[in-house]
Design a protein around this ligand. Structure first.
Ligand code: SAH
Ligand code: SF4
Length: 414
């Protein structure tokens, strides 16, 4: 079983997520989605196939699952007919359950999804002129409690399994009708969506691990899922089209570069200790300098593959000219191949922060640009359906970490 032990973080309640790579199903069958090929082979052997058969069937089934997007063993035409029901009795090809699908006026789509054991999480698809980006969640809730992030007010419910993570990508392909033709019923219904964005006609071209949760606190599962996404025989998406965003879990960054090798984005948001301590409390554990050093050491970063620094623009908090200059100074000090992404703060019910004014954001961007770094302002997408950065939160899980800490303190005292 994957080891997903979490590092302790400030606060009274330590997160203890259930660590399991397969979510148990009531009917006892095993969901194959999320399992690497060798594990599928092992399960086929345990179910009674001899080694040679198990290897062959695992290869065929893997191809049907990830390359063709098939969700029914009956459709696997190169597998002997009697074998198909045999497989269906023991295994399933799952997808996260769709609870609700919303469409923004700007084309952004958000799906509220549910795990087999009843936990809700979200994924967002953001199409633009040249690409279609799927924003994938790694956890239900988040252990960290960044003060400007709606997800941060949720408790961590649990880590998503590799199947639930790669399942989001598969579900998006289902919804966009992007499996090779002839393998899925209902393709014609989405005909109108095809071919708008890329030369090869694909809508889903990029993946960002920027949904709910901190991916580096669910490292093994995120790695295993992304390996399936990148597998040439699987979903076959290039690592150059995948970006993982971390709030700065320094001890896991090197492994992220080595074992996953995707582009790195870092949620910086503050360049002074007091400010970043407030916005991203993990900063009290891994400070700005330590974080930037880990970025400088990130395997695979170069001028051709720069690290993205995300910086949410909050009025009178982190948006002054001095802040912009300090940002430039730090990026230069650590000699970072960097680009800066300025994200206008997206409000959510109950927040006390406000977004910086457009003029302020423009000025900040100019200073960073004049300092030698590209600093585009990210256009908020899907605000009308609460799909924009930091707005993801599932209604079912309302209790905040602060609330749990208060409750824990009250229990300890009383
Ligand atoms: N936990 C990871 C990835 C998920 S958050 C991380 O923090 O990097 C994805 C991005 O959305 C992060 O850069 C986060 O800081 C940003 N974000 C969170 N709340 C936001 C808000 N209210 N407005 C704008 N961006 C926000
Ligand atoms: Fe978690 Fe990222 Fe939100 Fe911080 S910004 S609370 S790390 S999801």
């Amino acid at each position: 079983m994957a080891d997903t032990a979490l590092m302790t973080i400030p606060g009274l309640v330590d997160p203890v997520p259930a660590s399991r790579d397969i979510t148990p199903r009531a009917d006892g069958r095993v969901d194959l989605i999320g399992l690497p090929r060798p594990r599928i082979r092992e399960l086929f052997e345990e179910a009674g196939l001899d080694a040679r058969q198990a290897k062959l069937r695992a290869k065929q089934v893997f191809h049907w699952l990830y390359h063709r997007g098939v969700t029914d063993f009956a459709a696997m035409t190169d597998i002997a007919k009697p074998m198909r029901p045999w497989l269906a009795e023991r295994f399933v090809i799952g997808r996260p359950q769709v609870v609700e699908a919303q469409h923004s006026v700007d084309g952004t789509r958000k799906w509220l999804l549910r795990t087999a054991d009843g936990h809700d999480f979200e994924m967002v698809f953001i199409p633009d002129e040249t690409r279609g980006t799927l924003c994938v969640s790694s956890q239900v809730g988040c252990t960290l409690n960044c003060t400007f992030c709606h997800t941060g007010t949720m408790k961590l419910v649990r880590n998503l399994t590799p199947g639930e993570i790669v399942g989001q990508v598969m579900l998006a392909r289902d919804a966009l009708g992007e499996w090779p033709r002839g393998t899925m019923a209902g393709l014609d219904e989405v005909e109108e969506d095809r071919g708008h964005y890329t030369a090869d006609g694909r809508l889903l071209t990029n993946i960002v691990m920027m949904g709910m949760g901190e991916p580096l606190y669910n490292f093994d599962h995120v790695r295993d899922a992304l390996c399936l996404v990148m597998d040439g025989d699987g979903l076959a998406l290039s690592k150059r089209r995948i970006t993982l965003s971390t709030s700065g879990v320094v001890p896991m960054m090197e492994r992220c570069g080595e074992e996953i090798g995707v582009n790195l984005a870092v949620s910086l948001h503050g360049v002074r200790k007091e400010v970043r301590d407030e916005l991203v409390p993990l900063n009290r554990k891994y400070g700005i300098e330590e974080l930037l050093q880990a970025c400088a050491d990130y395997p695979g970063a170069s001028n051709a593959r720069r690290i993205t620094f995300e910086y949410v623009m909050i009025r009178d908090k982190n948006d002054s000219d001095e802040d912009a200059r300090e940002l430039v100074r730090l990026l230069k000090q650590f000699n970072l191949p960097a680009k800066v992404n300025l994200i206008p703060f997206n409000p959510w019910p109950g927040t006390s922060y406000e977004c910086s004014s457009p003029e302020r954001i423009r000025r900040f961007s100019e200073i960073v640009f004049e300092g030698g770094f590209s600093a585009p302002v990210r256009t908020p997408r899907g605000r009308d359906i609460d799909a924009a950065c930091g707005q993801l939160k599932t209604a079912a899980e309302k209790k905040s970490r602060a609330q749990r800490d208060r409750e824990a303190a009250a229990a300890a005292n009383g």
